[in-house]
Design a binder for this molecule. Structure first.
Ligand code: 5AD
Length: 355
């Protein structure tokens, strides 16, 4: 095939995705492997049209509260892994967390995302207490949890305490690839079971993966897309892998903004009504990553609401943005940046159309 033929083939696969939302594994693989700048533009135009049809020009914001960086796990890519003895560990108190929510509410946030490592200190009892207190104080807000793998019973208690949504990236669908990113105590199948449990309980579920993680192939990404299609989550978070200097992957190459944007466009076409953030990691590897993410089909941004003194301690990867427009205080400048590309930030819970 000539380069021109290949480009036509990729465009026809994008058309097929748009029309049927159903590609075979080999088609996903070809679409990802053979992408070009021109086919990416073609994709983004379609992804934007679908996004605007579903959500107009609204951008939903979520206030991210990184409330503990203790973690029992030892994921090879992550800066807050257990073995990183140089990480300065912290935990926010219930009062700290509620103060973050107060501030966030004042700024216009109506979704709070409580994200943390898998920290045994936060038993069901402690976490349920925090969730129910936020629920009582902020009845018009959505509460999202992102605290890793827990039992069905634990997820159920947290749901009953008032949590509405749960973010748990599947990281990579393929068990073998999963095994190269994680120690043997973690498995792709258990991660996927957690996601099914969360759905069964009634959470709005978010999953996702890193783009350009070590050893990732186009086939792996194809499997990720097929998994998304089966799970049909309300949210999908993806961002480039970025090495952290105190992890086993310190010297692995970072993922690219280019492939991340392409995957965002594909996800928008596959799941038209999905909530799709332009993530901090995307903003970290490219100066205008957030804007480009929105223009590729994303419709959510998640500024940091954590207290300033702990932000630099929640370092999943090197150079993670936590000031400037990442910070909830600079919502105004984020607003301006989004308005420059024709979008506006909504003050609402920003529920998925898909619940
Ligand atoms: N680069 C990019 N993303 C990372 N995450 C963890 N470590 C890294 C890294 N080095 C992502 C994982 C996790 C989410 C909270 O952050 O996908 O699910």
């Amino acid at each position: 095939m000539t380069p021109n033929d290949r480009e036509q083939k990729v465009k026809s696969l994008i058309d097929k995705l748009c029309l049927t939302r159903d590609l075979k594994r080999s088609e996903w693989t070809e679409l990802i492997r053979e992408r070009t700048p021109a086919s990416a533009e073609y994709l983004f135009e379609r992804a934007r049209a679908v996004r605007i049809r579903c959500y107009g020009h609204d951008i939903y914001i979520r206030g991210l509260i990184e409330f503990t960086n203790y973690c029992r796990n030892d994921c090879y890519y992550c800066g807050i892994r257990r073995s990183n003895s140089n990480a300065v560990r912290y935990r926010l108190t219930k009062e700290d967390i509620l103060a973050c929510c107060e501030e966030g509410y004042r700024l216009g946030f109506r979704t709070f995302v409580l994200q943390g490592g898998e920290d045994g200190w936060f038993t069901d009892e402690r976490l349920c207490d925090i969730v129910s207190e936020i629920r009582a104080h902020f009845p018009d807000c959505a509460i999202t949890l992102s605290v890793g793998e827990r039992s069905y019973d634990s997820y159920k208690k947290l749901y009953d305490a008032g949590a509405d949504r749960y973010l748990l990236r599947h990281e990579t669908y393929d068990a073998e690839h999963y095994g190269r990113l994680h120690p043997a105590s973690l498995s792709a199948s258990h991660r996927q079971k957690c996601l099914r449990d969360l759905k069964k309980i009634g959470y709005q579920v978010g999953t996702g993966f890193m783009v350009g993680s070590p050893y990732q192939t186009p086939e792996n990404l194809a499997d990720d897309m097929l998994f998304l299609s089966r799970l049909n989550p309300q949210m999908v978070g993806i961002g480039p892998f970025i090495p952290h200097h105190e992890t086993p992957f310190a010297h692995m190459p970072a993922g690219t903004a280019e492939l991340t944007l392409f995957m965002l466009g594909l996800i928008r076409l596959l799941l038209p009504r999905v909530l799709l953030p332009a993530t901090t990691a995307l903003g970290t590897i490219a100066e205008d990553g957030r804007e480009k993410g929105i223009l590729a089909g994303a419709n959510v941004v998640m500024p940091n609401l954590s207290p300033a003194q702990v932000r630099e301690k929640y370092l999943l990867y090197d150079n993670k943005l936590c000031t400037g427009d990442e910070a909830a205080e600079s919502l105004n400048s984020l607003k301006t940046r989004m308005e420059k590309i024709g979008y506006h930030i909504a003050v609402s819970r920003g529920d998925s159309l898909n619940i």
